[in-house]
Structures are given as C-alpha cells and as structure tokens.
Design a protein around this ligand. Sequence first.
Ligand code: NDP
Length: 448
Amino acid sequence: MPQFNEKLSEIYEEVLKRNAGEGEFHQAVHEVLESLGPVLAKRPEFVHGKIIQRICEPERQIIFRVPWLDDKGDVQINRGFRVEFNSSLGPYKGGLRFHPSVNLGIIKFLGFEQIFKNSLTGMPIGGGKGGSDFDPKGRSENEIMRFCQSFMTELYRHLGEYTDVPAGDIGVGGREIGFLFGQYKRITNRYESGVLTGKGLSWGGSLVRTEATGYGCAYFVREMLKTRKDSIEGKTCVVSGSGNVAIYTIEKITELGGTCVACSDSNGVIYDGKGLDLDLIKKIKEVDRGRIAEYAEHHKHAKYIAGGNIWEIPCEVALPSATQNELNGKDARALVKNGCIAVGEGANMPTTPEGVKVFQESGVAYGPSKAANAGGVATSALEMQQNASRDSWSFEFTEQKLEQIMMGIHQACYETSEEYGAPGNYVMGANITGFMKVANAMVAHGLI
Ligand code: NDP
C-alpha cells in the first residue's frame, strides 16, 4: 500500500483541521491522497498551484432548513445539504440522499468521490452531492411529496442544467425525482428537463438509468475477471442491500451466468441457495416498498437471518451495494477465507480502509466504488445528452453505450495501474486517472 510523503501528510493534516469531525470525508480524502505521491513527483505545477488543497475545498456548500407538515398536521424540520464540490469538467453532478444518518461529512465524502468518478466516465460533468437527514421510512406518499416540495423550494435557486444537476441516491428514486422536478418546474416556470436525472420515461428520463449502476458494476467485475482469464459464469455471488443498485446488480450478474445467493437490508439477510428470485425481490421492494424479510414468507426453502452478517456467507464474488463502511477488516478476512476472488463496489466507499488492505494483500480483484459504480452517473450524463438534443434512445443502444463506458473505465484504470508500477491496483488506477483530468482542467482555468 503506498504511503504519504511529507507534502501529502501536510495537506492531509490541514484537511483534518479544517473539517473537524467529518470522519467519512477524512477517509475519502486519505484514500485518494495515498495514490497521488507519484503524480506530484512528476507534475510540480500541481504542487505549486495547490491543486490538491483546492480540490479538497468545495467550491460552495449550501445548508438549509426544510420545514414541512406531516399527516397529523404537526410541523417537522429537517436539514438540507448541497455540496457543489468541483465544476472544472462540467456542471456539478451527483445524487441526493434522504437518510437519517445524513450530515455534512457524509455529503462531503460523497461529493469528493463524485469528482473523480465523474471524471472517469469521460463525460462533461463536475462533482457534487446533496441530501437531507429526512427519514422516508414509514412516511406516506403525501408526506414524501410535501417534504420534496419544501426541499426544492430552497434548492431550486442553486440548480440549472448548466449549473448543478442532482439525481437519486439512497432514499431518492423515481418517485422523489418526480416530486422534485414538479416543484422546480412550478417555481421557475421552465420545463428544464436537464436539471434533474433519473426522471420518468414519459417526461424526459432515459432508458437504462434505473438499471445503470448495478449493470455497470457487473460489467466492471466481468472486465476485472477477464484480465485474469476468468469470468462471472458459474460463480456464487453475494450482494448486500436490496435497493436500486442491489436489484440491478443481481439482474446483470445472473444474466452473465453468476448465481446470487444472498441480499439484505438494514434489518437482516436473505439466503437462497437456489439463487435469488429477482421477480419476487422487485415486487417486495419496488412495488410494495416492503422489507426483505418477506422473501422467506414466499419461499420456504430460503432463510431469513435477522441481524445477520451477509459477509459470512461463502461466495466467490462479493458486491457490497448498501452503504458506506458496511464491510470491515474482519468481514474481508472472512470473505477471503471462504474463497472470495473478486469484489465490485456498487455502494459508495462500502469497504473500510482495513478491509481494502485485506483484499489487496490477498490478491482479490478489488474494484473500488468510484470506478465500479460509475455507470449510474454515466447514464445520467447520457440522459442529459438526450434531453439536450430532444431525443430518446432505445434500451439496447443506451445499454451498449453504458457497457462501452464501463469497459473504457476499466481499461483506463488498469493501464494507469500498470503505468505507475502496480498492475491490477484499481484504487491507484482510478484515483490517478480521475485526478489527472480534473487537475489539468483546474490548471487551465487559472486560480479560481
Ligand atoms: P436504495 O435506497 O435504493 O437502497 C439502499 C439499500 O441499502 C437498502 O436495501 C437499504 O436497506 C440498505 N441500507 C441503506 N443504508 C443502510 C445502512 N446504514 N445499513 C444497512 N443497510 C443500509 O439506495 P441505492 O441502491 O440507490 O444506493 C445504495 C448505494 O449505492 C449507496 O451507497 C449509494 O450511494 C450508491 N450508489 C447509488 C447510485 C444510484 O444510481 N442509485 C449510483 C452510485 C452509487 P434499508 O431499506 O433497511 O435502509
């Protein structure tokens, strides 16, 4: 694992001091800086221009009150965030997360990651992220709508197709994007399709956007295995979570010949040795908005493990697709011991630094989130492209583009890892490749 040199240690100490208490943000910065030593040695103008210090400081951070009325008529107050991190490659682009755990540090870690991820896609998009500590669980559709309307009533003034373009993330899917878009349109009196992505198909959305993150992650794993003359075919796979990313990861892995035997939510784990019944999962999660425990009520042979640890289930391919830091060093050791050979991160930063170290030292093909899950935002950029040209592409055409983009990201990361003397180290490959393009653009734009 590469180490910090003196210059990078100084920069990191400054980040810790300026952003006290933001643990996830520190973790994300540390992981990127660890890769950049050799780059600074080659490019002294990045040191002179304080490019890394500037990248670590968001261009703009917006925090706002979101008041709304619940169904009982009681006043509720949440906190909204939008961190516009870096616009050197295009308008800020990144999702909105509605989850009670959301705070500034989490939004900053996600926004920081997004800068490099978006750069990796090769599309003209900058990095940003937002959300709220609002908990959608147990809320009625009317409550969700009132919350979204209040959230957008403040946020709209910061958005625009050339300025900042949010999408979904945890707790924000097609329904929420619809309510947010409706309120934006109403306030601005503009039908500005390109202001949000993840829209419904009849009003400016793109085919494949729903599937994109999961499909893209499966493609990335396929490419990693290909470099080792191996494939997904016949592999036993485990996917954490059961939300948007998990569902479509399962779908594509299955299509590529793998068998997914387990998934989860924050309450427990479902194990189905025959292979997960995806139609049932879609019905429970997408139609009924239920809990994954219900799976075992329909399939008696399947097992529900309340409070279980999904990483204890033996598999050859692990696909963490729920949330940050869900897979720690102990989990990684258990996976390796049970024969895991590849990890594709659908979620953002799901593996702790200790877990990453275990995977890398054990020779596991490890695809870090900013590369492996970039298919979602790449397809959002394809949605923007269709909106700009008033066009809508077929499923096959759009998926083909997604597949090409994921293959391109894999190749770029692999080649960079070779160039810097660490073939197959996708962490280094993704960080350096993503960073170079942003840094070069920042130098070109002058000191802003
Ligand atoms: P969803 O809200 O659709 O699903 C999230 C899933 O993860 C649910 O099963 C949820 O379980 C579980 N989960 C969430 N938080 C926790 C937690 N603290 N502990 C345990 N389980 C948890 O979100 P997505 O599928 O969209 O997002 C999943 C991950 O993928 C996130 O890290 C997100 O940032 C990342 N991602 C998403 C993209 C997208 O296009 N949607 C793009 C790139 C990355 P429960 O219902 O019990 O909370």
